[in-house]
Design a protein around this ligand. Structure first.
Ligand SMILES: Nc1ncnc2c1ncn2[C@@H]1O[C@H](COP(=O)(O)OP(=O)(O)OP(=O)(O)O)[C@@H](O)[C@H]1O
Ligand SMILES: [Mg+2]
Length: 232
């Protein structure tokens, strides 16, 4: 069943239900004389508990959209709302709070600290560092016994599972993943997508992934296609 079908649809709950809202969002880069519309008037609402993939050709604005969604970047024009709050009007402190408490990021190249162990990488972003809890997340990712390994001593799939554990430590309501399976073979890609699907199904975490891989997109409930900075 499509996940969104089962969501509450009463009009009173509707605005609360929209965790992310893009309203005519533009991201314009000025490169010398040239203007690049990385986002060109995006309108998009994402409901709590959605599992969405964003697909589209290179340069179509997928990562830019994800960066705005993660409050890593601000729109040049238009409004982006997270849980009803216009992120452009938040103070730096409030933005950082959102990023730390609400959002977990997963990157294509894992972005682990090479000199830190798996456990230390997971402990690092914890608001209240708790080794037992951190180990619990690694266990959940099937990494029991790998706590002390450095990223270089782990496979790509294992490194990505460490980075998912790291993304989960502060119980985010939203996971944003930019090509989380881009560096992985199909078996490991399936494992990672299975983990994300379970987080969405069982814990209701809202998840948006950018992917070039149709097999990864199949795990999600909805595919959004981008072209030239907008949604098709
Ligand atoms: N910091 C920047 N400065 C200038 N132009 C940028 C910047 N970041 C992105 N762009 C441009 O904005 C457009 C959208 O880039 P974006 O990274 O969002 O694409 P993408 O869909 O993620 O592509 P890919 O599939 O290759 O990752 C591209 O034309 C890109 O060159
Ligand atoms: Mg990209």
């Amino acid at each position: 069943m499509n996940n969104s079908d089962s969501k509450i649809n009463f009009s009173t709950a509707l605005s609360e239900n929209k965790v992310l809202e893009f309203k005519d969002v533009w991201k314009i880069y000025q490169m010398g004389d040239e203007k690049i519309n990385a986002l060109a008037g995006v309108n998009l609402s994402i409901k709590k508990g959605s599992f969405i993939s964003i697909m589209g050709p290179s340069g179509s604005g997928k990562s830019t959209l994800l960066h705005v969604a993660g409050i890593l970047d601000m729109p040049t024009k238009g409004t982006f709302l997270m849980k009803g709050k216009n992120t452009s009007t938040l103070s730096g402190r409030e933005q950082a709070r959102f990023r730390r408490k609400e959002i977990g990021f997963v990157f294509q190249r894992f972005n682990l600290f090479p000199q830190l162990s798996a456990l230390e990488n997971v402990l690092l972003p914890m608001i209240e560092p708790d080794p037992e809890k951190a180990k619990g997340y690694l266990d959940k990712m099937g990494l029991t016994g790998k706590y002390a390994k450095l990223p270089s001593q782990l496979s790509g799939g294992e490194q990505q599972r460490v980075s998912i554990a790291r993304a989960l430590v502060n119980n985010p309501s939203l996971i944003l993943a930019d090509e989380p399976t881009g560096e992985l073979d199909s078996k490991n890609a399936e494992i990672i997508m299975g983990i994300l699907k379970e987080l969405n199904d069982k814990e209701g975490v809202t998840i948006i992934i950018v992917t070039h891989n149709p097999l990864a997109a199949e795990f999600t409930d909805k595919i959004i296609e981008m072209r030239d900075g907008n949604i098709l």
